[in-house]
Design a protein around this ligand. Sequence first.
Ligand SMILES: NC(=O)C1=CN([C@@H]2O[C@H](COP(=O)(O)OP(=O)(O)OC[C@H]3O[C@@H](n4cnc5c(N)ncnc54)[C@H](O)[C@@H]3O)[C@@H](O)[C@H]2O)C=CC1
Ligand SMILES: O=C(O)C1=NCCCC1
Length: 315
Amino acid sequence: MDGPPAVIWREEVERLLRYEDLVPRLEQALGLFSRRDAAAVLQPVRTAVPLSKHGGFFLLMPAYMEQDGVLCTKLVCAYKREDESSLPATQATVMLLDPLYGNVKAVMDGEVITAMRTAAVSAISAKAGTPSRVSRPEPLRGLHPDCIVVFNLFNVRLLLQVRVWSHSKERAESFVASLGGAASACVLVEAAVSGADAIVTATRSTEPLLLGRWVKPGAHVAAVGACRPDWRELDDRLMEEAVVYADSREAAMVESGDIILSGAEVFAELGEVLNGTKPAHRDKTTVFKSLGLAVEDAVSAKLVFDQWEDRTSSV
Ligand SMILES: NC(=O)C1=CN([C@@H]2O[C@H](COP(=O)(O)OP(=O)(O)OC[C@H]3O[C@@H](n4cnc5c(N)ncnc54)[C@H](O)[C@@H]3O)[C@@H](O)[C@H]2O)C=CC1
Ligand SMILES: O=C(O)C1=NCCCC1
């Protein structure tokens, strides 16, 4: 396609990107990435520019997937600040290029892509890492539609109880309300996580807030925040006791405060588990350190663009 790039903004990305298309593409991309086959995927560790004065950082995330014909980069800024701005703490834009000529084919909103692919990868890690006894044959009901879709895709993990903690009580309550009543807000982190089979941390905390002594042996933790080398969400005890997985070993060694500062070893990448080259220790306590991979954005952007082209050509 020549001419100016397509501009595909938030509402359209929300309409075009569906978990049922996204999850299998992400599983494939994570597996391909972990093969380290340069003919299939080129994804350097992303460039990070600290914005210390503003309590944030900027990331440039390029990826080239030769077999899929995808050349892509995401620009993303994430902030720790708690001010009055109505702008989101994580803002992103994705550019899709034609690998043959280098022209930009599309510029699209990256916030929906970032939110959906990150949630989907946490769910993929939970599918691999939660104990087999958590699997149930009944469909999940009464929860937010996105959660139903992702969990039902896994045929099926029934969440008996969802507990939410936030350091802002109002935010915890409003999130619970958005889930349609099948969850409860907790005042203490300990109350939210005690006895849980699966835990997700997605905060802007720079200090450990999830302590190993609260985590049930055999639980799975998807740790999404703390993507800077001096930021933490998990304490040393949890990092020492758990089998630690990451999306990228190289990125974990330079970006994850929980891994660098605890000295924990990354046992495997999630892609290696999906490829069957490393085991998922489902009955041990597992931590999946999610940092976010450019290939996740690349396959998401390709899905959005392909759907956008289909719709545009049929009008
Ligand atoms: N692994 C990945 O692929 C991705 C990771 N992230 C990271 O995930 C985290 C959440 O991102 P968003 O949902 O966009 O941010 P958000 O601002 O929407 O949510 C972050 C939550 O953390 C809370 N928070 C702030 N300081 C805290 C503290 N000291 N202790 C406990 N809670 C605190 C805030 O009140 C807010 O509810 C960030 O650290 C972000 O950098 C974001 C996108 C992708
Ligand atoms: O999009 C990603 O990947 C991000 N990773 C770390 C925090 C900001 C967004």
